[in-house]
Every structure is written in C-alpha cells, then in structure tokens.
Design a protein around this ligand. Sequence first.
Ligand SMILES: Nc1ncnc2c1ncn2[C@@H]1O[C@H](COP(=O)(O)OP(=O)(O)O)[C@@H](O)[C@H]1O
Ligand SMILES: [Mg+2]
Length: 239
Amino acid sequence: MLQVKGLKAGYGGIPVLHGVDLEIAAGEAVAVVGANGAGKTALVRSISGLMKAIDGRVLKDGQDITGVPGHRRLEHGIAVVLENRNLFTELSVMDNLRLAQSAGRRARHDKARFTLDEVCALFPLVGERRNARVELLSGGQQQMVAIARALLLQPDLLIMDELTTGLAPKIVKEILVVLNQLRERGLSILLVEQSIAIAAEMTERAYVLSVGRVIHEVRRGEWPAMLADKTLVKAYLHG
Ligand SMILES: Nc1ncnc2c1ncn2[C@@H]1O[C@H](COP(=O)(O)OP(=O)(O)O)[C@@H](O)[C@H]1O
Ligand SMILES: [Mg+2]
C-alpha cells in the first residue's frame, strides 16, 4: 500500500534523507526506529507531504504521490500524528474532532470508517473531556485527541511520530491497546519510535534509520535476535 523508493529530502533543500527505501503492506504495522537526529521526522514529513522530496518517489496503492501536497494526501488515505500534535489547543476537544470529521468526509466520503462516537469510545478519556479546551488536557490526553482526530480523517495508513515519547507508562499502555484494536480493524500503521521496546511490541517489522539511511531491516520474527544484539541496539538506538 505504501512504497518509498530512493527518497531524498531535507530541511530547506539540504538533504537529511539520503535515498530511503521502505514498504508497508495493507494491514501491516511497521516501525521506523532510530536515534535522535536520524531523520525520522523528515521521513514522516516526506511521506505525509509536508516536506518536498528532492529525489525518489512515494507511491500509495501504486499511485505516484510524490508531488501531491500534504493536505491532498488525505484523499490518498494518509493521516499523520506529528511530534508536536498540531492540535488547535484553544478549541475544545469536540471542535478539534469535528473539524477533522468534516475534512475526512470531504476527502474520503466513500471510504469513511470511523465515526465520532467510535473514536470517543476507543478513548474514553477523550469522550469524557469532549467539552474541555485541549490546552487544559494532560499530554497523554492530548495525544489521544490527536490520534482520534487523525482517525476521523478516515485514513487507511496512520503515521505516528514519537507517539509515546514523554508520556506516562500507564497512558502509553492505554494507547498501545487502542493501536492494537486499530490493527485488528485492518488499518496500516507506520510507527516512528525511539524506543525499540515499543516498536517490538507493536509491529512485526522495522527499519532502522541512521543518519538518513536505512542501515538495517528487522524482519518478521527477528525482534528477539535484534533485541539481543546489544551492539546494534547500543550503536544506533536508545534501549
Ligand atoms: N528545522 C530544521 N532545519 C534544519 N535542519 C533540521 C531541522 N530539523 C531537524 N534538522 C536536522 O535534520 C536531521 C534529521 O532531523 P529529524 O528529521 O528531526 O530526525 P529525528 O526525527 O530522527 O530526530 C538532524 O540532523 C537535524 O539536526
Ligand atoms: Mg523526530
């Protein structure tokens, strides 16, 4: 469903990704892991159309979307939860969700699969705080709102950049439970993580990104060996 081929991209036209290849199959959960500065966010921004490719291609369901700007990638079923979440913090939870709902309806009218009630049910905390301004919520609650909002854009590929960084373990657990439910519903997931423990728990496959290059691929069933390879873990990753 997603193919990235020889992708070069960077901030202000200076490449920080030097030819990245990756693939996600329909319904698959894949991780990109790598240390701070590896280029994970640049990769997320390139796939979601928020950063222009200098070279290489991004294909979604076989269609070349390399030149498609971010707001139009919704139509191709790509939604992203960015590191800073980009919520309208002065608006209520519900207002944030409704804005996404109408954007999702417009972009994906024939492919809608998540309703407001459903996303509130997935995250009961979001439902409970539906009338609160987002700025009054904890970081974890805001992250749940950000995921709920992304789902209302009706994606078939959900990309999340460092979802769990800085959140309390209890909240992380709650979020991972929901992500597993979403996987069971057939959503494809790209999880960008500094924590390989979380990547291993949540995905069947991962790409290790280092200084803008994929230096290793963890294939299905290789997580235990990967986690045991202390050199790899130490050299490129945070535990
Ligand atoms: N706004 C920016 N302008 C210029 N360079 C940046 C900017 N943000 C990040 N970089 C640089 O790009 C490289 C990749 O960063 P980034 O994509 O944020 O990696 P990661 O998400 O893995 O930490 C790093 O060397 C970083 O210093
Ligand atoms: Mg980042």
